[in-house]
Structure formats: C-alpha cells, structure tokens
Design a protein around this ligand. Structure first.
Ligand code: PBG
Length: 326
C-alpha cells in the first residue's frame, strides 16, 4: 500500500530512533534533595527507601558520589530536633545552625557545586506550619520578615539559590529586597511558584517530622484543581523577581509545567516529590514494575513537559542509569 506518511520509518532502528529523539535527559538536569540532621550517624528514612537523614560527616560521601556521576546541584532539608523548634522558627536564622553548616560542608568539597536552600518555617516551627500561627491562622505579612531573615542567613552561608516553598503572598519581592540590601544580589531565587496542597508530601513530612500539628496547608498551598491560578502565581513571581519558577509536585501536574514553560521566559523547575519517589520504590519492591525503566520514563516525562531542572530523590540512581545506557 502506498502511504505518504509512515511514522514507523523513523522507528526502524535504534540509531534512527536516537537521531530523531526530541528530548534528552542528562544528569545536569537533576537537583538532588538531601536530608541532614545533627546526629553523628546517618539514619534510614523508612518512608523513603534508599534515602537517609545524613549526619554532616556522612554527607560528604553522598555529595562526592553524586558529583562524580554529574549531579552537581543539591537542595538541603534539615531535620531539627523538637527541642529547637519554636513558634517563630528562631533556629532558622542561627548562623551556626544545621543549614549554614551543611552549606559550608558542601561548598568546602567543591565551590562549583550548586547549593539550594529551602525557605519555609515548617522544619523549625513548633506548629509545623510554613508561616507564623496566630489563633489558628497562618499570618502572611509578619511571616515575610522571618522568611527574609532565614533566606539572608542561608545566603550569608554561601547558598547559590534560596527557594521559598512557603506560598506566602509577596515573599519573592520581600526576599529579593532583603538580599539586595545586604549585598547578596548574586544569590538567586527559585520560587515554589505553583505548590499544591498535595498528599504526595507524606513521606517527606515523616522524614523531617514536620507535619502540621493542627489542620492542613490548604490556606496557603494551592488547590490541585486549579490551573489558571498557577499562571497568576507565576505572573506575580515573575514580576517580583523570581529567577526560576517551580511546579510541585510534578507527576500529576505536568500540564502546569507546560503552561509555565510556554508562557514565561525564565527556567521552569519541577519537584518529583517524596510520594512520587516512594510509590515507585514500593511498586518495584512488590515486583510490579521494572524500576529502572520506570524511573527514567518518569523523569523524561517531566523534561518533555518542559522542566529545565528536576528536583528528584532518584538523581543519583538515574545518573547511574543514564551512564549505563549511553
Ligand atoms: C516545606 C516543604 C515540603 C516539601 C518541600 N518543602 C513539605 C510541605 O510543604 O509540607 C515536600 C517535598 C517532598 O514531598 O518531597 N515547605
């Protein structure tokens, strides 16, 4: 039969398939989120098989292994003991606290490594919320000062990017101003622009013991049903001075990644969150899927949707897999 178009012609051999492949996934797309704690020994995180709460001592080995494989960007998440938490997240601005120490530890391995810090009160807050709580409400405007002070502490310690994940209104502008005033105009802001109130964060909250002590996060994180609202959030962040905008979670929000990529001229990040990671681990353990292939297909989907960078707990194993297949 004569057919003008036969798409299968471009799938005939691996060489041809590679030649016409539209999207390439590489280790330098990845940001590896690492958990740290003050203890002397690392602890396995039960809800996230393969991930650890690192002691500062053990962290170096993880960072070196990752960077050898081409993963050179890291996002830091601290597990803070309950005794250091209070309602104002005071520990988050301690210049000798766990986060500044971790930044310095990573930078001392290689100053070229990119360090990204999370800006939100929850790991440091006795209420487990991302903002200041007053009479059961999360107070927006007073929280901004805490977030900006936290961001400045991280910038002073050498962070390349601060990444506000709190979803308070106006925080990008507030943080940008504070950083610029303090001679930190070189420090960038990766804004969690469209962060949804998601059940996929469950394992992460176990890892940090940071679940809200009451209620939920729906008065600040977005409703998973909304797309236009994400575009609105993105407009605000863009005009407030975000360098990168993030969509989180990733897998159930690929349409949002595409929208932001199409509409805005700055890089788009996505966060392949803890629940997405742990689902693959659980399915693989149960013998239900080919883990390696599912990991790469999942990350490729995020890249194809438009993500310029992918925060993922799979970063190291995916980098190994990419080495093996190329
Ligand atoms: C805290 C924060 C959360 C995550 C990153 N920063 C949890 C939350 O908002 O409750 C989730 C990451 C993950 O699930 O992997 N502001």
């Amino acid at each position: 039969m004569s057919l003008k178009h036969r798409p299968r012609r471009l799938r005939r051999s691996a060489t041809i398939r590679d030649l016409v492949q539209e999207t390439q996934l590489t280790a330098d797309d990845f940001v590896y989120p690492v958990f740290v704690h003050e203890g002397n020994a690392s602890e396995d995180i039960k809800a996230m098989p393969g991930q650890k709460r690192h002691s500062l001592k053990d962290l170096a080995a993880t960072i070196k292994e990752a960077s050898k494989l081409g993963v050179k960007s890291f996002a830091i998440f601290p597990a803070i003991p309950e005794s250091k938490k209070d309602s104002m997240a005071t520990e988050s601005t301690n210049p000798n606290g766990l986060v500044p120490k971790t930044i310095e530890a990573i930078k001392s391995i290689d100053n070229e490594l990119c360090v990204i810090t999370d800006v939100a009160m929850d790991p440091f807050s006795s209420d487990g919320h991302d903002g200041i709580v007053k009479e059961g409400q999360i107070i927006n405007d007073e929280t901004l000062e805490v977030l900006a002070a936290m961001a400045l502490t991280q910038a002073d310690a050498g962070a390349d990017f601060v990444a506000p994940s709190d979803m308070m209104d106006g925080r990008v502008k507030y943080i940008r101003k504070k950083l610029d005033k303090a001679d930190c105009s070189h420090v960038g802001i990766i804004s969690y622009t469209a962060k949804y109130a998601s059940a996929y964060y469950g394992p992460f909250r176990e890892a940090l013991d940071s679940a809200p002590k009451f209620g939920d996060k729906k008065t600040y994180q977005m409703n998973p049903a909304n797309r236009r609202e994400a575009i609105f959030e993105a407009k605000l962040d863009f005009h407030e001075g975000a360098d990168v905008m993030m969509v989180k979670p990733a897998l159930a929000y690929l349409d949002i990644i595409s929208e932001l990529k199409r509409r805005f001229p700055i890089p788009v990040a996505c966060y392949n969150v803890s629940g997405e990671y742990s689902m693959i681990k659980a399915a693989a353990k149960a013998g239900l899927i080919d883990e390696d292939k599912v990991i790469l297909e999942t990350l490729m989907g995020m890249k194809r949707a438009g993500a310029d960078m992918i925060f993922t707990y799979h970063a190291v194993e995916a980098a190994k897999l990419l080495r093996a297949t190329t």
